[in-house]
Design a protein around this ligand. Structure first.
Ligand SMILES: [Zn+2]
Length: 167
């Protein structure tokens, strides 16, 4: 029995504890979808690899670790839960400040992947990996030696040209 009805995948050190899909009907609020489930597993495994590789997992920025998991699992491409806040935010020109994303749990889940994708598209995946391994603080932008104002400006411009869904 899950401790929480929504809890279906729980990383525990080197193990990933899963609620069996056949139990969902009665023991979970989660609705099983094969592709969605696969992305969820990748999301959790990204966290596990990140934890394993990172020099200091305790101090990593939440937006970076959640953003990385949403980005690499491609949840942002297919699931409204992950891309709707961003699509709506861009459409209504309500893009949060990076300083707010850093401080706010909800915003770091919603917008973190755009920052990770921006870093990947701009600096390459080696930079993403470097952050993953070696950035032992919440100051990811300082770690890649970027000016915060400049980085934020370019990320905002990049957002307006972002196309998410692969049609
Ligand atoms: Zn996560």
């Amino acid at each position: 029995m899950p401790t929480s009805k929504g809890r279906i995948a729980q990383p525990q050190r080197t193990d990933l504890i899963l609620l069996c899909p056949s139990a969902y009907e009665t023991d979970s609020i989660y609705k099983y979808d094969y592709k969605e489930y696969k992305r969820l597993l990748i999301h959790e495994m990204v966290h596990m690899f990140h934890e394993h590789l990172s020099v200091d997992m305790e101090n990593i920025a939440r937006w970076f670790s959640e953003g990385l998991a949403v980005y690499l699992s491609e949840q942002y491409k297919y699931e409204d839960e992950f891309n709707k806040p961003v699509i709506d935010g861009i459409a209504s020109n309500k893009i949060p400040k990076i300083s707010d994303i850093i401080d706010d749990v909800m915003l770091s889940y919603d917008w973190g992947w755009t920052l990770v994708k921006y870093i990947n598209d701009t600096y390459g995946f080696d930079t993403v990996l470097n952050i993953m391994r070696n950035c032992g603080s919440s100051d990811v932008i300082g770690f890649i030696k970027e000016d915060k104002v400049n980085f934020e400006e370019k990320w905002r411009l990049w957002l307006f040209n972002l196309s998410i869904k692969s049609k």
